[in-house]
Design a protein around this ligand. Structure first.
Ligand code: HEM
Length: 513
């Protein structure tokens, strides 16, 4: 006989309001993830929270529950309907929005563009972009300005890199070219999503009850967030359309470019309907990649340079490792992928920044059927019992806390809140449940919908990190405090200067001095 749902028995923080639940509190956290950390410490890795209109949610960082929802269950825990509609508002009918069989088709078409072999070919491009960026920094230092807002330059560089690798398109953002698209990306989330008005929270919570055919129309709402999302989507699709038309003039067999869009365009003429994307899907895919593929690497790199600036001993160790490898190569030779992969400490620092600063801090899912979820980390219920299994009903919403899982002491050790790349040099594997696509982290999610771009990012992170650390000593300025803000992605801002937007000012000097 089916057991009753036991979500009610979970402990959790009292909700300040029935109408809005914990939503406002979660959106205005002083720093992204602070509540997740505090609550999982107090109530255990699985707890209940309240959404709008009194709806009960489960917030979890439990590795077995995450594995069950994201991995073992395939498509049985789709994205929350309101979250998915917001994705559609921003990126259209691309892979991040698609679900079930449609998603499977998208993934099948996209996968060939993201194989390691394909991506390794992008390394020289990442290296030359990184080197153009560091030349700008050298010019700035020589001109007497040692404070570099690294996130500004990283955003431009990664935009150039994604433009060329994904579209074969030159934004020339590093050279200071302003494009409507780069401007649109800059202001996509500024001053809207973190502090949405109560009406918008309540309105979005009702989206699950609106049939999709009607819900689609919300994209035309006149308020700021909706307008910005619409503008971004229209711009990117417009650029993609121009490029597709250009490519259509080149006979397929003569088109030797290996960019993502060429691969997608080829799918458009595939005979197999399971491998075909229609034109709107291809255009949406490009909006998706533009969004998912540029800021994420820039934000992660900013956080890495921040941590290296605060931990000079690790920075020196990384530089020595790179210089040691450089010393063994004939001068003027670029590092290959095999060289980059051999930098054990550098790669441990990259894993550590992905662990400590996951730029997507929460994933939202809903159960499409009743289910029983085993807990790896049992919790104490409101009536003092130990709960080892969570019994849920169809429609149960989940907040999957990527940031809290990445800091679970039971997985990462007692210093899980601290920066310590050495943990990746000697990981006690027996303590960990195997989840995620990389290094047992939740940062790239897991399972059928895990990040398709994780290898792309890793190569980009490796190329940029090596270029910067080999060339510069990084010092974190004493007189500022950096905040982790959840603005769509988790980005750095200077405390007291939030109105200036994303920034990470660091003091740089030439490493060889
Ligand atoms: C540090 C860098 C990155 C992080 C932390 C990251 C994280 C994630 C996460 C957490 C998801 C799952 C989202 C969800 O289920 O709602 C995801 C999906 C995705 N990511 Fe990334 N990502 C990164 C870089 C990239 C790059 C560089 C690209 C493209 C070049 C990319 C393309 C995608 C796509 C297309 C999806 C959707 C996959 C699907 O639904 O099948 N990501 N990413």
């Amino acid at each position: 006989r089916r057991k009753r749902d036991n979500v009610r028995k979970l402990r959790g923080p009292p909700a300040p309001s029935w109408l809005l639940g914990h939503e406002p509190e979660m959106r205005v956290q002083a720093e992204a993830g602070d509540l997740d950390f505090a609550w999982t410490r107090e109530y255990g890795a699985t707890l209940k929270t309240k959404a709008c209109w009194g709806r009960q949610e489960v917030l979890t960082a439990d590795p077995r529950v995450l594995q069950h929802i994201l991995h073992t269950s395939g498509y049985r825990y789709p994205k929350r309907p309101d979250v998915n509609q917001s994705i559609r508002n921003l990126m259209g009918r691309g892979i991040v929005w698609a679900s079930g069989e449609v998603h499977q088709r998208h993934r099948k078409v996209m996968n060939p563009a993201f194989t390691s072999q394909q991506l390794r070919g992008f390394l020289p491009l990442f290296q030359s972009t990184a080197s153009r960026m560091t030349q700008k920094w050298k010019d700035s230092i020589q001109a007497g300005d040692q404070t570099i807002n690294v996130s500004h330059w990283l955003a431009r560089s990664t935009l150039d890199a994604i433009g060329e690798t994904a579209f074969d398109y030159h934004f020339d953002a590093l050279e200071g070219a302003q494009s409507e698209l780069s401007e649109s990306l800059k202001y996509l989330f500024a001053d809207t999503t973190p502090f949405p008005p109560a009406w918008d929270l309540l309105f979005k919570a009702l989206w699950r009850y609106i049939p999709t055919s009607i819900l689609q129309l919300v994209e035309y709402m006149p308020s700021k967030e909706y307008r910005r999302f619409r503008n971004f989507k229209t711009l990117t699709k417009g650029i993609a359309k121009g490029l597709i038309d250009q490519k259509a003039k080149i006979p397929m067999e003569d088109d030797a470019t290996r960019d993502v869009m060429s691969i997608l365009c080829k799918s458009n003429v595939s005979e197999d309907p399971n491998c075909r994307l229609d034109e709107d899907e291809i255009l949406s895919q490009m909006a998706t990649i533009m969004f998912a593929g540029h800021d994420s690497s820039a934000a992660t790199l900013s956080w890495l340079l921040y941590e290296l600036g605060r931990h000079p001993e690790d920075q020196t160790r990384m530089r020595e490792e790179i210089q040691h490898l450089r010393g063994r190569l004939p001068s003027g030779t670029d590092f290959t992928m095999a060289h980059l992969d051999s930098l054990v400490f550098t790669n441990a620092c990259i894993k550590e920044v992905l662990r400590l600063h996951p730029i997507v801090s929460t994933l939202f899912r809903t159960a499409d059927r009743d289910d029983i979820l085993p807990l790896a980390l049992p919790v104490i219920t409101e009536d003092g019992q130990t709960m080892t299994e969570l019994h849920i009903r169809k429609g149960q919403d989940f907040r999957l806390s990527v940031c809290a899982y990445n800091r679970l002491p039971s997985v990462w050790g007692d210093d899980a809140d601290e920066w310590n790349p050495r943990r990746f040099l000697d990981v006690p594997k027996e303590k960990q449940i195997n989840i995620g696509v990389y290094a047992n982290l939740m940062t790239f999610s897991a399972g059928v919908r895990g990040c398709i771009g994780w290898r792309f990012t890793l190569i980009e992170l490796q190329a940029f990190t090596v270029e910067v650390v080999e060339n510069f000593k990084i010092v974190f300025p004493k007189d500022i405090e950096i905040m982790r803000m959840a603005l769509g992605l988790m980005v750095p801002m200077v405390k007291g200067k939030m109105h200036e937007g994303t920034q990470m000012p660091l003091h740089l000097s030439l490493a060889e001095e």
